[in-house]
Design a protein around this ligand. Structure first.
Ligand code: ZN
Ligand code: ZN
Ligand code: ZN
Length: 484
């Protein structure tokens, strides 16, 4: 987090906020959002009544809150949009991946998953043309030694020949490629075990927790924890034949199998393509404790959490959509044309599907070319919604996903947190003993805006910073414990 040097006007505004009679209550609200930088404001009321007696147990209205509103966290997972909420999301992802690796007694993933065969695999995109890089001990192909973090890293050596179209089509189909990979993987595992697919389901389940990450060149790649469980998931032991070696070999076989590819038909002057994963596959067994050669549970969970909050911003692309809101990026006047009707262009974007002029955006040239490729391909592959996802360089999938059996869900973690807060709230109001289903809750809430004033914004950032320091300390203490 950067140091703030507020100008005198801002300082005055901060002091005004901090000196307000309801500052303590405002600070409490912001603390509850985790220091959210763009909280949602709501107004309204809630009444809790005893169902049988009708007695009012609790009454709350935002009328007594600062500015007569309640501020709640925006929940944005992008660090560029809200560092505080992204940090919460990253922490949740960490717990989610870790639970799937080491078990979690509070959330019913048994610690015996540690004995299941599991690996950390990285699936990358193929090459779309040479890019500037920093090979160890050598110069880049352009003849220069680039500095670490230099802006030209990951950009095309020759923009005239770099296949920007293939790059965004790969990102756009990455979800399907993953699907094909997992389907093929089950077949490979079954074949190695000498079983049919149906027999495999009777004895073992394959589960995944994965995150997507953009490489500097703007290509999506996946980091995945892949685990073999018993027939009913993490609670059951995998069969004796299920070894880490078998899992490793099956992943490698599935990656190169012809089935693990997606065909994109020819359109306009673009050729038909068969999209495949790149040849750089990294598969590492996960051990509970590091012995040097393998990755540890802790390292995997931290690694995955780190990438969970990064979107295409790492490549310099915009962090908000750039498509035309009227036609939702389709470029057409109607979203559901009747058969036989003539399609006409959207009147707002004139058929480009864009809501912004890409040439005018202050973004690096490489990102601009990738986003432009999305717009160019939009009319050729309308069902791929490339203009809609241009700010993600064509990628339309979720950043962290997991199979149902892998571990707890982000939703469950949010629920746990919400339950905890609700319990705290009830306790604070002397309702702790009330049986939940004998209480009738009536409520009415309205959206009343979002954000902070400049002075509030600085104070919220300070609160977020404090919370983060505390949580970081707690997380490190937990990690220390596990290394003992
Ligand atoms: Zn937020
Ligand atoms: Zn270079
Ligand atoms: Zn439009």
């Amino acid at each position: 987090m950067s140091r703030h040097h507020p100008d005198p006007g801002l300082l005055g505004e901060m002091l005004k906020v901090a000196a307000a009679p309801d500052y303590a209550r405002w600070e409490d609200q912001i603390r509850r959002t985790g220091g959210c930088s763009d909280p949602i404001h709501i107004t309204g009321w809630t009444v809790a009544k005893d169902k049988t007696s009708g007695e009012v147990l609790h009454r709350y209205s935002t009328g007594h809150e600062p500015g007569a509103r309640l501020r709640i966290a925006c929940g944005n997972r992008r660090a560029s949009r809200c560092p505080a909420c992204a940090w919460t999301y990253s922490g949740d992802t960490y717990h989610l991946i870790r639970a799937g690796l080491a078990g979690d007694d509070r959330r019913a993933i048994p610690a015996t998953v540690r004995e299941h065969p599991r690996v950390f695999a990285t699936l990358t995109a193929p090459s779309f043309g040479p890019v500037h890089n920093r090979p160890t001990g050598r110069a880049c192909r352009c003849g220069q030694h680039h500095q670490e973090g230099a802006s030209e890293l990951g950009t095309a050596l020759d923009p005239a020949t770099y296949d920007y179209a293939a790059a965004v089509l790969f990102n756009n189909h990455a979800g399907q490629l993953w699907q094909r990979f997992t389907t093929r993987l089950r077949r490979e595992i079954a074949a190695s075990a000498g079983l049919t697919q149906r027999e495999l389901i009777e004895v073992a389940r394959i589960s995944y927790g994965k995150v997507a990450e953009f490489q500097k060149r703007g290509a999506i790649h996946f980091h995945a924890v892949i685990r073999i469980d018993g027939p009913v998931g993490p609670d059951t032991s995998p069969p004796a034949w299920a070894t880490t070696e078998l899992l490793d070999a099956s992943i490698r076989a599935a990656m190169v199998h012809a089935y693990t590819s997606v065909r994109v038909p020819a359109a306009g002057d673009h050729p038909a393509r068969a999209l495949r994963w790149g040849t750089q596959l990294d598969v590492r067994p996960i051990k509970a404790f590091g012995d040097g050669s393998d990755v540890t549970e802790q390292a995997v969970a931290s690694y995955v959490a780190k990438y969970a909050t990064k979107a295409a911003e790492t490549t310099g692309a915009t962090d908000t959509p750039v498509h035309c809101r009227k036609c939702r990026g389709a470029g057409l006047s109607t979203r559901y044309p009747h058969p036989g009707s003539t399609l006409s262009c959207c009147t707002r974007c004139r058929g480009t599907g864009l809501g912004e002029d890409l040439a005018q955006l202050a973004i690096p040239e490489h990102a601009r070319r990738l986003m432009t490729a999305c717009a160019t391909l939009q009319p050729l592959y309308p069902d791929r919604m490339l203009a809609r996802w241009a700010h993600m360089l064509g990628f339309r999938g979720h950043f962290s996903t997991k199979s149902r059996q892998y571990s707890t869900t982000l939703g469950a973690l949010r629920q746990t947190r919400a339950d905890y807060r609700a319990a705290q709230e009830r306790e604070a109001r002397g309702l702790a003993d009330a049986e939940p289903d004998t209480v009738l809750v009536l409520a009415s809430w309205q959206y009343a805006g979002h954000g902070h004033s400049p002075g509030e914004s600085v104070l919220a950032a300070t609160i977020a910073h404090g919370i983060q320091l505390n949580r970081q300390t707690a997380r490190e203490a937990l990690q220390g414990e596990q290394h003992e």
